[in-house]
Design a protein. Structure first.
Length: 287
């Protein structure tokens, strides 16, 4: 029998009320390290989904003049909730995620009450369990991908990350070797707190002195730099090769909680990438 959602879904799902604010939603995402919250009604029925991208888009779009604590979840959440039952196959789950371009499905019981969630990461684990010997990395590799240099600004990165179906950008050096990864999550967490003024890593700002025209005295002042790829990228890049079993690569991704593996040749030059999306496609076609 084909593997079922019941074997891989996570019963621990983080929820939020439609009346909560985006400030509360953001705190939950950071606290639990999740990128989506399921919005539920009083009877634990899913009525919406809120992702970190929804928050970032709201603050960069029509809600950009409003503070986070004045925007309700109901104003931003996606109301078209795609759910799945635990008895359905992982092939069905993969197809739904691909069709609707979503990263997770609320799992519901016969009364449409929330009992868990199954995500792309859960299906990655399923692939590692069920598909050993079926594919090589080269069979799944995507040769078209988003890439940038360490000096590119977050504004450029935000633009090109929207063009990548997996929301991943590979940062390469002058020899086209991967030296970092920037994800949509990285950009959203940079953007959300302080309107693209928050920087991770060193050299976040420089101290200068400026005359306070209201109090007629010299006061310290922080001048922020515009964040660049080098400031926010993950530098512990794990790579793979064409000839590696795709299930082994999936296991590496799952164990290291990463969403992309750059594929390199013998000289370490980038030739493509494999992401969770490519694994979804394989499960949907064969699972």
């Amino acid at each position: 029998m084909a593997p079922r959602v019941s074997s891989y879904y996570n019963p621990e799902v983080i929820v939020i009320s439609p009346n909560d604010t985006l400030a509360a939603a953001r705190k939950k995402m950071i606290r639990y390290g999740v990128r989506r919250l399921i919005v539920v009604d009083e009877e634990s029925r899913p009525i919406g989904v809120l992702t970190v991208t929804d928050i970032a888009d709201a603050l960069l779009g029509r809600h950009q003049t409003r503070p986070l604590d004045t925007i309700r979840v109901a104003e931003v959440m996606n109301r078209d909730v795609i759910t799945i039952e635990p008895t359905k196959s992982i092939k069905t789950a993969a197809k739904l995620m691909l069709k609707y371009k979503i990263g997770g499905l609320p799992v519901v019981d016969a009364e449409n009450r929330l009992i868990g969630i199954i995500t792309k990461t859960d299906l990655l684990r399923a692939f590692a369990d069920r598909f050993r010997g079926h594919y090589k990395v080269n069979d799944l590799k995507r040769p078209a991908y988003a890439k940038a240099n360490p000096g590119h600004s977050v504004y450029y990165l935000w633009r090109i990350v929207q063009m990548d179906p997996s929301g991943k950008i590979i940062i390469v050096d002058e020899n086209e070797r991967p030296i970092g990864v920037v994800t949509r999550w990285d950009l959203a967490t940079v953007t959300i707190p302080d309107a693209v003024l928050y920087l991770r890593g060193k050299d976040r700002y420089r101290r200068i002195k400026q005359r306070d025209r209201f109090k007629d005295r010299v006061v310290p002042f922080r001048e922020y730099y515009v964040p660049i790829a080098e400031s926010i990228m993950s530098t512990d890049v794990i790579t793979t090769r064409d000839e590696v079993d795709a299930a082994e690569a999936a296991e590496v991704m799952y164990e290291n909680r990463i969403g992309v593996l750059p594929v390199v040749d013998d000289e370490g030059v980038l030739t493509g990438i494999v992401t969770k999306r490519e694994y979804l496609i394989a499960i949907a076609n064969k699972g």
